[in-house]
Design a protein around this ligand. Structure first.
Ligand code: IMP
Ligand code: MG
Length: 181
């Protein structure tokens, strides 16, 4: 828990996010059109706002499920393990699955989650991330759809937190500490 003072500078407006989510939903619709069973899996907790907006723009029959994973181990290790804190409630075997992540940073979380879910034998397994920080990547992975590529900044809002704060901002902002320089 930080005690350093900071302000939040807007990086992506609520309006830009809404427009992007609408466009992404159209692409996902085109990919999964005809499915009778899309399972949209949100990675807790950061994706909760994104998944809520995304499924409401998606004109397809969907089931919503959640997975909470936490990476552990030294961040300098090339293959970090991911621990499942909350597993899926439903079955994904032979089903179409869309994993919804907030940010792909080093790429470890998405890589491990995809590996775990692929082992359950889904018919199709696709991924979407609202944000991508390509400059931070340690594992070669990309989500099938990305909302916005962003620079190496610590961001908050639209579900994403800094020490559990600021998830309820309607836009994406970057954290700027005010006690330096
Ligand atoms: P990765 O395994 O390094 O790709 O970790 C991705 C996870 O790290 C995301 O799901 C976020 O929970 C967290 N994360 C990465 N960058 C940020 C950020 O700028 N703000 C808040 N959380 C972040
Ligand atoms: Mg996360």
């Amino acid at each position: 828990m930080t005690t350093r003072p900071y302000v939040i500078d807007q990086l992506i407006s609520a309006k830009s996010i809404a427009a992007r989510v609408e466009a992404l939903a159209q692409e996902i619709h085109d990919e999964f059109e005809g499915t009778d069973k899309l399972v949209v899996v949100g990675l807790l907790r950061g994706s909760f706002v994104f998944i809520a907006d995304l499924v409401r723009e998606l004109d397809l029959p969907v089931e919503v499920d959640f997975l909470e994973a936490s990476s552990y181990g030294n961040s300098t290790e090339s293959s970090r393990e991911v621990r499942i804190l909350k597993d899926l409630r439903g079955e994904i075997h032979n089903r179409d699955v869309l994993v919804v992540e907030d940010i792909v940073d080093t790429g470890h979380t998405l890589t491990q989650v995809v590996k775990l879910l692929a082992a359950k034998g889904p018919a199709r397994l696709k991924t979407i991330a609202l944000l991508d920080k390509p400059s931070r990547r340690e594992v070669d992975i990309r989500a099938d759809w990305t909302g916005f590529e962003i620079p190496d900044e610590f961001v908050v809002g639209y579900g994403i937190d800094f020490a559990q704060r600021n998830r309820n901002l309607d836009h994406i902002g970057k954290v700027r500490f005010t006690d330096e320089g």
